[in-house]
Unconditional design. Sequence first.
Length: 548
Amino acid sequence: MAIIILSGLLFFPFLGGVHLFDWDEINFAECAREMIVSGDHLRPQIDFMPFWEKPPLFIWMQVVSMRLFGINEFAARFPNALVGVMTLVAIYHCGRRLVSHKMGQWWAVLFAASWLPHFYFKTGIIDPTFNLLIFLAFYQVHVLRTGSRAWLHAIAGGLLLGMAALTKGPVAILVALLALGVYIVLHRGLNGYKIKHLLAMAVFAAVPFGLWVGITTAVHGTEYGTWFLREFIQYQVRLFSTEDSDHGGPFIYHFVVLLLGCFPASAFLFQYLGRKREKVADTGFATWMWLLFWVVLLLFSIVKTKIVHYSSLCYFPLTYLAALQLYALSEGKERLRKGTAIVLLVTGILLAVVIALLPAVGINKAVLIPYIADPFAVANLRADVQWSYAACVPGIIYLAIIIAAARMMRQDLKKGMTLLAITQVVAIQFVLLYCAPRIEGYSQRAAIEYYKSFSGKKVYVQPLGHKSYANLFYTAKQPYNAPEYRGVRKDKTGRETPEANGDWLIYGNTDRPAYFICKVHDSAEYARNPQLEVTGSSNGFVFLKRKQ
């Protein structure tokens, strides 16, 4: 009960304190809004066209939330806050069953006190839900071999895996198959697992996704079902083989993300690497966690598209292995290694310096602007965002406590780690409540305020030259039935996309006023268009209107 109360206090307050961030947060929230508006709860849609990129489970969760709390930021993020509570409860109970009560406590504390694992529970993206389902499926696989109710665990594991696939797609099955394959190779066989149980898992893993596709096909026809599956599979292949929308990066991208984003848990992973096996409690679950960690990390390091949350499934195995070491250290079975202390100190200092300097950089942004070549970034920085030098103080305190906690751990690990964990939670709240709204003030607030000014009005509002879902969500766009509008829907590749409406809105026989927004580096091109007139600009965004 204490975990439920404390995690609820961490994750639920201030969920709606900042606008949804484009793209991912608004993408899924818009899918949920359109389900409510259209009444079609089987087919995810964007701009009231079929959206084949993601299955609907998380979107359904948002629909329920929006029906309870209204169509707003809080409702869009509420499901993940709830998942955050469920996650801490789940890992505590798993840790207690696998090792001990204290191990469960360390794991829950470490998960809640690490930057990205905590942060994502206050967002509206699908990954926290997907990750929890995958983790629970792997846990069922572990107890399938060690527990007494093998068939129950096989069915539960399969259904959880299938629900994960219904959340994010076939990557759930791919991760599971890769981990199982590596497990079989390492153990030169099934190592106690029975084929009949694994086959049962596979059958039940197909049930959730299969039911959805089957019901959707029955309602909307075989042609739609075939088309959707084809587009869905093609998108998954394209995502793995090409850089999606400029989201590229080097091979080590996710290694760096996990080192910094999962601090302080990531530091104790180095302790695990140098452990003495006979001194560390290891139930065999660590093997599955290592497999999950490396499969996910290497898979998404190879994938061309690089986005921070793609490696978020690593949070579970990373924090488990780190907590295993914290437990061993707290029980006197291990000593804090010098290398671990150095990684902890260096990483913590780096993060603290960034947090301490961020307000000062915001105040003195004029010094940076001459060195930035991107005109859009320069215009973003010119936004009127108020910072205070006093806001540097939390970062300085954070820095001092990290150094003090690292030194304290050499003498009394429990006290040092407790101090660090409390400080981490406070620092995370400071960044979420103070820094995040100001960062949003630079990056997108001008555009979102522009979109909100058209909410409920009978107009078209369309981004030009860039992709966005914010125009749909924040104008509360309704389905329009103009035949010409519904017909001009294909981009250069022949795929139907909301962005393909731009040409018709500029040149077609529109049935209502059309407004546009572009980024400053594209503004000259659109300003020369005789069909358009510039109506204003703000922080890197230029606003236009089609001439009557």
